[in-house]
Design a protein around this ligand. Structure first.
Ligand code: IMP
Ligand code: ZN
Length: 347
């Protein structure tokens, strides 16, 4: 199932020749930055919302879900990145017990890995463990893993996300859950730092990332996602020796020198940045900087649900002629796909 896509990625995809499209489909590529609750196919979410609303007598919850799903179905217009985070309470109302979380995870995995032309060869899905009335954080991660592990190791793995708003205790619990499950032989391959780019205290993270590393987990961090992220925060996050970085849109020269020196792979999400307005237009995207310096990158979707994109669509943005795309050659696009495969945590 490819799913419906809209906007820049859809226009780029439409402009490709059949042979260019076949080239993208055949390219071995890894999706390394996809948030579970931001990647549920809208058709699945709509069904889940209908079932939820037929069951609940909580009018406020029913209205929240109805409004949220209507927005997502119609396509959200984001004035700035913070509008984006307000979309999640409606989605979370629908994935708050093991059965619904498992169902959503199955649909996300099928979206990326199923069908005649899978979006990617390998998916490293990420999700933030949530404690609800029906599950602990450990139950949450086990439920997601049960679905991920239906696919072979060469196709799917899980990254446990830490939200910037979490307390030190909850961060410790999440890293503990990830480490414990990895030690049990479950397919957790890394930890991520995500959430509202201006929230949280970045000073509390060091020891927890050190623990995650000791447990053999890879580390990826959303970093410098907005102009409001201070340079000293970026340098501090880099001091935790991440293996990969998400977005890295606003790095200053000092941060760029560290990232290039360490050859840290950057997970780049073109549509996400354009729609959240952290990048004004494709030709100004920081991908150009990394390409010029032959620096490791991976092209990813971030959240296919609100951004209404797909990995095929994001690769179309690389290959399509300007101004619809970046006009890269097939050789350049192949090299980018190879870099994504080389940056997998679960190799
Ligand atoms: P989940 O971790 O499966 O619940 O996926 C949704 C969550 O991912 C959101 O609530 C955010 O915390 C996080 N997220 C999704 N996209 C972004 C992003 O672009 N920047 C930072 N955090 C994000
Ligand atoms: Zn992200």
């Amino acid at each position: 199932m490819v799913g419906l896509i809209y906007g820049s990625a859809a226009l780029a995809l439409d402009s490709l020749t059949p042979s260019q499209l076949a080239f993208i489909h055949a390219l071995p590529k890894a999706e390394l930055h996809a948030h579970l609750n931001g990647s549920i196919p809208v058709s699945e979410l709509r069904e889940m919302a209908l079932e939820f609303n037929s069951r609940t007598s909580d009018k406020a919850a029913s209205d929240l879900v109805h409004d949220g799903i209507t927005k997502l179905q119609n396509g959200v217009v984001l004035d700035e990145i913070y509008d984006f985070f307000n979309l999640f309470p409606a989605i979370y109302a629908l994935t708050s017990n093991p059965a619904s979380l498992g169902r959503a995870t199955r649909a996300v995995l099928e979206q990326f890995l199923g069908g005649s032309y899978p979006q990617c060869t390998y998916l490293e899905l990420r999700s933030t463990p949530r404690e609800t009335a029906d599950m602990s954080r450990l139950d949450y991660v086990r439920t997601v893993l049960d679905e991920v592990e239906r696919y072979p190791k060469s196709r799917a793995a899980l990254i446990v996300s830490l939200d910037r708003k979490m307390s030190a205790e909850v961060i410790q619990e999440c890293v503990g859950v990830a480490s414990q499950l990895k030690a049990e032989g479950r397919r957790v391959v890394g930890v991520d730092l995500c959430g509202d780019p201006q929230a949280g205290d970045m000073n509390i993270l060091g020891e927890h990332f050190a623990d995650a590393k000791k447990a053999g987990l890879g580390i990826t961090l959303h970093i410098a996602e907005t102009p409001a992220n201070p340079a000293d925060e970026t340098i501090q996050l880099l001091s935790y020796a991440p293996d990969r970085l998400g977005h890295a849109t606003f790095l200053n020269d000092e941060a760029k020198a560290i990232v290039r020196g360490n050859k840290t792979c950057i997970e780049l999400c073109l549509s996400s940045n354009l729609l959240c307005k952290t990048v004004t237009k494709l030709e100004d995207h920081h991908i150009r900087y990394y390409l010029q310096h032959d620096h490791p990158i991976a092209i990813c979707t971030d959240d296919t649900l609100p951004f209404r994109t797909s990995l095929t669509g994001e690769y179309a943005l690389l290959l399509a002629a300007q101004p619809l795309g970046l006009g890269l050659s097939e050789g350049e696009v192949r090299r980018i796909a190879e870099m994504s495969m080389a940056a997998r945590f679960g190799q």
